[in-house]
Design a protein around this ligand. Structure first.
Ligand code: F6P
Length: 534
C-alpha cells in the first residue's frame, strides 16, 4: 500500500473517534501537537491528527524529497521548470549572500536595489523629493495581483507604524477604482507608483495611462511624479519614467512572492525603511527556521501537513483563514492568490494528471465580523470547513485593552465551540430549562445541536509588528511550497490565468460593434444586450 492509501485507511479506521476523545486520551496533546518558533505558537491539537497520522504525513514529506527541493529553491536552482526560472524571493529578504543563479551572485544587485529604494523612500518622506506642489501627501500604487495584494495587505497590517504619506492601492480595471481613489487627491502632491513585473498587464497599464492623463491636466512634467517597480526596464523607459525612479527585479521573483523587494515600495513609503527592514528580517528568520529546524518542529512543514490532511486526506475542499486582527483584513485575499494561484494545478511537474485534489479553496474574513455572517454554516452546516485562526496576544491600543481581551476571548471560544459542539442531551436540558417538554422540546432542541469535532488551528503571536508580519507571510509562503512539493506540482507558474486574458482582449472590440457571430449563443446574447443597454 502506498502512503496515501495508508493515510486514507487510517482516517477511515479512526472516523468514530473525536478530537475531544484525543484530548481525553492524552493529557499532553496540546504540547505535543503544537510548535513554537521565535515569536509565535502554532497549535494544531484541535484537529484529528494523531501520532500515526503524523508519522504517515512525515513519510509523505520524505517521499517527496522535501529537503532536497527546499535546498534547490534556496540555492537558486531552476525549480520553476515550466518557465525555466529559479525561485528566489527568499533572496529579497536575505541579509547577505552569496546566492548564485547561473553561477552569478544575485545579492549585490538585491542589496543595491534595497539601498536605492530606502534612499528614495527617505527623500519622499522627508520632503527632499517633492511634487510640483510641494512634499508628497499621497502615493497611489497602481498594480494588480501580486503587484497589489501583498503590499496592500502589508500596508494595512502595519497601520500603527505609518508615519509617511498616505498610500493608496488601485488595482481593478473598473474605472470606478481609480476614479474614487484619485477623487480629492492633489495631483501636484501625489506620487504615482506603477507596479508591474511585466509592465504589460492590461489593467495596470490602463490605470497608469489614466493616472498620467489626470496628472498631465494639473502639472507641467507629469513623468517626474511617477515611479515604476518592474523587471521590464525597457518598457518603463518607453512609458516615460526616469531610470532613477525605476526599481527593477529579476525573473526569479514570482509576482505573488514579490512584496519583499521593489513591489514593497508602497509599504516602505508608508512605514519607513527601518520598519520595512524589520519586515524583511522577520521573513528571513522564518527562512532560517524552515531551512534548519527538524521537520517535526518546523512550522511551515507542520502547517502544510495540516493542510494536506484536511484537503487531500479528509476531503475538505475549502479552508477558512480567520484572523482576529482587523488590520489583517486583506490577508485572506492575499492568501487566496498565494495558495490558489500557486497550487491550483491539474498536472504534476512532468505533465501527468494529478491523482488527487490540488490546492484548497481559501477564503475568510477577520473575526469577530465573520461570526455574525458565515460561522453559522461552519458550526452547523453539513460540510466541514477547517478553520485557521490567528490572533495577537496584545493590540496596539493599550487604552482599548478591554476590546482586545474580548477579541481574544471570542477567538478562543470559537475554536473551543467548533471542537466541543453541543449534544442533543445538552440541548434537551436547555429546552427543559425554558419550560419545554415532549415533542416540542425535542424539535427545538434539534435546532440547537452542534455536531462539534470540527477542526481548527491557532496561530498566536505577541503583537502584529513588522517583524512578526514578516514571519507570518514567509510561514505561509513556505507552507504553500511544502504542499506543492508533496503534490508534485509546480507552485511557481500560473498558466491558468492566460486563457481568460486572451479572450478578453479579443472580446473588447466586439463590444464596440465588431462582428460577434463567431461566439457561442450565450456570449453573443450578452454582447448584444450590453450594446443595447450601454
Ligand atoms: O494574472 C496573474 C498575474 O500574472 C499574477 O501572477 C501577477 O501577480 C499579476 O498577474 C500581475 O502581473 P504584473 O506584475 O506583471 O502586472
Amino acid at each position: 500500500m502506498d502512503i496515501w492509501q495508508d493515510l486514507e485507511a487510517h482516517r477511515a479506521a479512526k472516523a468514530g473517534r473525536s478530537i475531544a476523545d484525543l484530548f481525553a486520551e492524552d493529557a499532553e496533546r496540546a504540547a505535543r501537537f503544537s510548535a513554537r518558533f521565535g515569536d509565535m505558537l502554532f497549535d494544531f491539537s484541535k484537529t484529528t491528527i494523531d501520532d500515526a497520522a503524523m508519522s504517515l504525513l512525515m513519510e509523505l514529506v520524505r517521499d517527496a524529497k522535501l529537503e532536497e527541493r527546499r535546498e534547490a529553491m534556496f540555492t537558486g536552482q531552476k525549480i520553476n521548470e515550466t518557465e525555466d526560472r529559479a525561485v528566489l524571493h527568499t533572496a529579497l529578504r536575505a541579509p547577505g549572500g552569496p546566492i548564485l543563479v547561473d553561477g552569478e551572485d544575485v545579492m549585490p544587485g538585491v542589496l543595491e536595489t534595497r539601498r536605492r529604494m530606502a534612499e528614495f523612500a527617505r527623500a519622499v518622506r522627508d520632503g527632499t523629493i517633492t511634487g510640483a506642489g510641494g512634499a508628497y501627501t499621497d502615493v497611489v500604487n497602481i498594480g494588480i495581483g501580486g503587484s497589489d495584494l501583498g503590499p496592500a495587505m502589508a500596508t494595512l497590517a502595519l497601520a500603527p507604524y505609518h508615519d509617511g504619506p498616505r498610500v493608496h492601492y488601485v488595482s481593478n480595471v473598473d474605472g470606478a477604482h481609480i476614479h474614487d481613489t484619485l477623487k480629492g487627491l492633489d495631483p501636484a502632491r501625489t506620487l504615482v507608483v506603477v507596479a508591474s513585473k511585466t509592465f504589460t498587464t492590461i489593467e495596470t497599464m490602463t490605470n497608469a495611462e489614466t493616472a498620467r492623463a489626470w496628472m498631465a491636466g494639473a502639472v507641467e512634467r507629469p513623468g517626474e511624479q511617477f515611479a515604476a517597480l518592474s523587471s521590464a526596464v525597457d518598457k518603463t523607459e518607453a512609458f516615460g519614467i526616469d531610470a532613477s525612479r525605476v526599481f527593477g527585479f529579476e525573473d526569479w521573483v514570482g509576482g505573488r512572492y514579490s512584496l519583499w523587494g521593489p513591489i514593497g515600495l508602497g509599504i516602505m513609503l508608508a512605514v519607513g525603511p527601518e520598519d520595512f527592514a524589520d519586515l524583511l528580517s522577520g521573513g528571513a528568520a522564518m527562512d532560517a527556521h524552515f531551512r534548519e529546524a527538524d521537520l517535526a518542529d518546523n512550522l511551515p512543514v507542520l502547517l502544510a501537513l495540516v493542510g494536506i490532511w484536511h484537503n487531500q486526506v479528509c476531503g475538505h475542499a475549502t479552508r477558512a483563514v480567520l484572523p482576529y486582527d482587523q488590520r489583517l483584513l486583506r490577508l485572506p485575499a492575499y492568501l487566496q492568490q498565494l495558495e490558489m494561484e500557486s497550487n491550483g494545478k491539474r498536472v504534476t511537474m512532468d505533465g501527468a494528471d494529478i491523482e488527487r485534489n490540488s490546492g484548497p479553496i481559501v477564503w475568510g474574513e477577520p473575526g469577530t465580523n465573520g461570526q455574525h455572517a458565515f460561522y453559522q454554516l461552519i458550526h452547523q452546516g453539513t460540510r466541514v470547513v477547517p478553520c485557521e485562526f490567528m490572533v495577537a496576544a496584545r493590540g496596539h491600543e493599550p487604552e482599548l485593552a478591554h476590546h482586545h481581551r474580548l477579541l481574544i476571548a471570542n477567538c478562543l471560544a470559537q475554536a473551543e465551540a467548533l471542537m466541543r459542539g453541543r449534544s442533543l442531551d445538552e440541548a434537551m436540558e436547555l429546552m427543559a430549562k425554558k419550560g419545554l417538554s415532549g415533542p416540542e422540546q425535542e424539535r427545538q432542541a434539534r435546532h440547537r445541536v452542534f455536531p462539534g469535532n470540527r477542526p481548527s488551528t491557532m496561530l498566536l503571536y505577541p503583537q502584529l509588528t513588522p517583524h512578526v508580519l514578516g514571519q507570518i507571510i514567509a510561514l505561509y509562503e513556505h507552507r504553500v511550497f511544502v504542499e506543492g512539493v508533496i503534490l508534485g506540482i509546480n507552485s511557481f507558474d500560473q498558466w491558468g490565468v492566460e486563457l481568460g486574458k486572451e479572450l478578453a482582449l479579443k472580446l473588447a472590440p466586439l463590444l464596440d460593434g465588431e462582428d460577434a457571430s463567431g461566439k457561442d449563443g450565450s456570449t453573443r446574447m450578452l454582447i448584444e444586450t450590453v450594446r443595447a443597454m450601454g
